[in-house]
Every structure is written in structure tokens, then in C-alpha cells.
Design a protein around this ligand. Structure first.
Ligand code: GLN
Length: 482
């Protein structure tokens, strides 16, 4: 049955269509994969009961009968929603996120809730309040974060697709650490209605799959205008798989951001694999150009300030009154707020709320928040200018392979720097597609990403697909999960 575990969505669809397997049998197969392997992996916070999954989804639609898992910050009606935080323990969502609704209408089977860093704050999934998720290539290593549960589940063949969320790289970084495909769409392409807010002006729901085409299938079901999210764009009905024929766009120019490829701390073996990927694109017919965008060197600092500022405001709603956990051993309302937030939030989340309030406070906002906003504008302008000379950009997704648990316990700043390669796409709102580039000497996956102008997802998929057809990485099956 293992060819089922690592099958593509098209392969599963044809098995369902020919009645080789039924919708229920396929679901049972994947639920059993979780039962067998997830005690080692820690990808899911909860796998729902089979009947309740089946009855909630349409039997028709493009993804009919195809199971997938959602990060636990995406609302599913009638299901617990915790963001892997104690403060939301026991909270049941009264409604569906728009993406959940569209997936169910499209026939997809929403199998459970994936583990994550608390409130999507982290880069390793070590900050979940429940348990850690492991890297399926080597269980002593982190899967990356914050969407580590979603990504590990897909990489280990426990589900063919998963949704994560991106604020600064939380789909692309773990996708790179686990050797799969991860999309961070253009800001406004996917509805954020029902996605618990971290930093609203950056947040986007992203997609994790093992192949580019699977990714395009899922995006085609969820993308587009939503009345409940005024920042969504109207793209009409789009089939993102349309151009996936392996034909490489003629004369396509790819810019390599020189100051990222040669960033400080970049491991030589990572650079070598990214350079091999660049050579593949050259062979496919791309014109490769080196570009310098010095302002992106400030992206981690800008992201640090703006994400904390927005998080401090967004997380003010968790006060013990409206949602989840409430500390009851208190006398006054003030004490109730304070104790609830102190006990309910983990240390990393509390630190971010404090930093966010600090950078917004009178006397400091001008130095921090306002300046970061100015650099953001500059970054957007420079990126627009760069895209006049190149069609796409290519950069590493990481400076090193996935690290061991606890490696940065004493130096949290290093974890924040994990976003260096990814967060400029969130700051500027452009889309990024993370793709596998091969394996390190220790047999851990290494990736790279393609970045395009706003709403260039079709082109990103087309180019990513052509690359995928020439490389073996998406066919690698994990020895531990056969
Ligand atoms: N590592 C980043 C952070 O902790 C990114 C998180 C994300 O994209 N959700 O903020």
C-alpha cells in the first residue's frame, strides 16, 4: 500500500475514479498512517473521527475524497482551535475559515489539526505548548516552523497536502527543512477569514505538498475573492495547473540576489546545492543575472519590529473573557487579565507581546515602528524596480540544514535570523515557491525558493514544475516511513 502514501493527488483521484479504492478506504488508510507513525513524528494535535470527517465534506468537487490536514490556527467549524497555545485550550470554533469551507465544498477530507509553534511564532515548532514535531528525515532534528506539523505530515506521506500559514516564512522554511514544496501566495490571494491573526498585514495561508502540481491543485480550490476578507483580490476562477506541461518559458530571466547567496553564515554545502539548482535553470533555457538588493539585508530587522507590533495588538483579544482559558483563582478583573495571560501564553509569545508594545509605545514608535515602515516602503520600491529587469528571483531558503532540538535554546536571536531569506517576501507581499534542491552530507534536505512579482503564482508553478521534471528530489521516499 505504500505507493498510496506517497501518491500524487492525480494518482489518488484516478484510483478513486476507477473505484480501485473508495473514499472511506482512502481516508482510513491515511488515518492509519497517523496511528502508526505520528507517535514518533508529532505532526498532529488531533486526528478526527472518520465518520465526522466524511460527513462534513461534499462527495463532489475537484478534491473529492483527498485527505489533508490544516494547521491549528485555521478555523474548522465544530472543531477545537488552539494555535498550539494553552490559552485556547478547549476552544471550539463556531465557524469555518473561508479556506476550510472551500476545501470541504471541493470534496477534500479535513483529517485533523496540525501542530505548530504557539500562535505561529517560531521557526522550529519547538514552541508548541503541547509537544514537539520531529523532522521526518532525522528525528533528532527540527522540522522547521512554525507550520512544522503540516509540513512533516506531508513529507512523511501521512497526507498528500496540508495548509500552513506564513507571516515570515513559516511554510517555506519547514518545506525546505523537510524537502517538499511550499507556497507562500501573494498577499490577498487567499482569504484570511478564520485564520487566527498573528501579524495581519503579512499573514497568508500557504500550501505544502510533495509536488508542484499538487500544490497548484490545492491553490485552485482555495484562492480568490472573499467577501469576508476585504484584502482579497478578484482573480476569477483560475486553474493553476494550466501551464504545467514542462515547457519552460522562452527567454525567462532569473535574478540571483547576490547578497543572499553570499550571506554571512551561509554553509558552503547549501550554497553548492543552490548553485546546482541555478545550473538546472540555465540548462532549461533561463537567462541568469546576478542582482544586488542591499535593502533586503534589513528584512529580518524590519520583520522583527513590524511582526511584534501587529502581534501585540492582535493578541490583546485573548484576555480570559472571550476565548478559552481563564484564571479563576483571582479577586479582581485586572488580576484575571494578568494571570490568564501570564499562565495561558508561553514565554515566546509573552516576549513578543512585550516587544511589540515597546516598539509601539510613545517615545519609541518613531525610532522603531515608523522607521521600519519606511524601510518596508523602500524594500517594496526596490523590488518593483528589480522586477523590471528580471522575471523571477531565486534565493536560498536557509543558510544551513535543519538543526538539532535545543540548538538555539541559549540564543533565540539565531532562531529569528532563520527568517532572513524568506521574510522579505512577506514584507513586500510578493509570492514565493520553495522547492527542494537536494541533500546535505548528513542526508538532510536543502531547498531554495523562486520569488515573483505580485500574482505571478502561475509563472512560479510553471517554472517550478519544469525544474521538478528534471530533478529527482520530489521522488525521494523516507526510509523511516515506508
Ligand atoms: N519565524 C517567524 C516568526 O517567528 C515566522 C513565523 C511565521 O511565518 N508564522 O515570526
Amino acid at each position: 500500500m505504500n505507493e498510496l502514501a506517497f501518491a500524487t493527488i492525480d494518482e489518488l483521484k484516478s484510483k478513486l475514479a476507477s473505484k480501485e479504492i473508495s473514499r472511506e478506504e482512502l481516508l482510513t488508510f491515511f488515518i492509519n498512517r497517523f496511528k502508526k507513525y505520528d507517535s514518533q513524528l508529532g505532526a498532529a494535535l488531533e486526528i478526527f473521527d472518520k465518520d465526522s470527517i466524511l460527513e462534513r465534506s461534499s462527495q463532489e468537487g475537484f478534491l473529492a475524497g483527498i485527505p489533508g490536514i490544516l494547521k491549528d490556527n485555521i478555523a474548522q467549524e465544530g472543531r477545537t482551535l488552539t494555535c498550539a497555545s494553552k490559552i485556547l485550550e478547549g476552544f471550539v470554533s463556531p465557524y469555518d475559515a473561508t479556506v476550510s469551507k472551500r476545501l470541504k465544498k471541493g470534496g477534500a477530507l479535513l483529517i485533523g489539526r496540525a501542530n505548530m509553534d504557539e500562535f505561529a511564532m517560531g521557526a522550529s515548532t519547538e514552541y508548541s505548548s503541547y509537544f514537539k514535531t520531529h523532522n521526518p528525515w532525522n528525528l533528532d532534528h527540527v522540522p522547521g516552523g512554525s507550520s512544522g506539523g503540516s509540513i512533516a505530515a506531508v513529507a512523511a506521506g501521512l497526507v498528500p497536502w496540508a495548509l500552513g500559514s506564513e507571516t515570515g516564512g513559516s511554510v517555506r522554511l519547514p518545506a525546505a527543512f523537510c524537502g517538499i514544496v511550499g507556497l507562500k501566495p501573494t498577499y490577498g490571494l487567499n482569504s484570511r477569514f478564520g485564520l487566527v491573526a498573528y501579524a495581519s498585514s503579512f499573514d497568508q495561508i500557504g500550501i505544502a505538498t510533495r509536488t508542484v502540481k499538487d500544490n497548484a491543485h490545492v491553490l485552485s480550490v482555495i484562492a480568490g475573492k472573499d467577501e469576508c476578507d476585504s484584502t482579497t483580490v478578484d482573480i476569477g476562477k483560475k486553474d493553476y495547473t494550466k501551464n504545467l506541461d514542462g515547457v519552460f518559458p522562452k527567454g525567462l530571466t532569473i535574478g540571483i540576489i547576490d547578497n543572499m547567496l553570499n550571506a554571512e553564515g551561509m554553509m558552503p554545502e547549501v550554497r553548492e546545492l543552490v548553485e546546482n539548482a541555478i545550473k538546472e535553470f540555465e540548462k532549461l533555457g533561463a537567462v541568469i543575472k546576478s542582482v544586488k538588493i542591499p535593502v533586503v539585508d534589513y528584512s529580518a530587522a524590519v520583520y522583527f519590529i513590524l511582526s511584534r507590533a501587529e502581534a501585540a495588538s492582535n493578541l490583546a483579544r485573548f484576555d480570559g473573557v472571550r476565548y478559552g482559558y481563564r484564571d479563576k483563582k483571582v479577586q479582581t478583573l485586572d488580576e484575571m487579565y494578568r494571570e490568564t495571560r501570564h499562565d495561558g501564553f508561553g514565554a515566546e509569545v509573552r516576549l513578543r507581546i512585550l516587544t511589540g508594545n515597546y516598539v509601539l509605545s510613545a517615545g519609541h514608535a518613531a525610532d522603531f515602528y515608523n522607521n521600519a515602515k519606511k524601510v518596508q516602503q523602500l524594500m517594496r520600491a526596490k523590488l518593483d524596480e528589480t522586477f523590471k529587469g528580471v522575471d523571477l528571483l531565486l534565493t536560498p531558503t536557509q543558510g544551513a540544514p535543519a538543526f538539532k532540538f535545543g540548538a538555539y535554546d541559549a540564543d533565540h536571536l539565531q532562531l529569528d535570523l532563520m527568517d532572513f531569506f524568506t521574510c522579505f517576501a512577506n514584507i513586500t507581499g510578493v509570492p514565493g515557491l520553495a522547492l527542494p534542491a537536494g541533500f546535505s552530507k548528513n542526508n538532510l534536505p536543502i531547498g531554495f525558493q523562486l520569488i515573483g512579482p505580485h500574482l505571478s503564482e502561475e509563472l512560479l508553478y510553471q517554472v517550478g514544475y519544469a525544474y521538478e521534471q528534471k530533478t529527482p528530489w520530489h521522488k525521494m521516499q523516507l526510509p523511516l516511513f515506508m
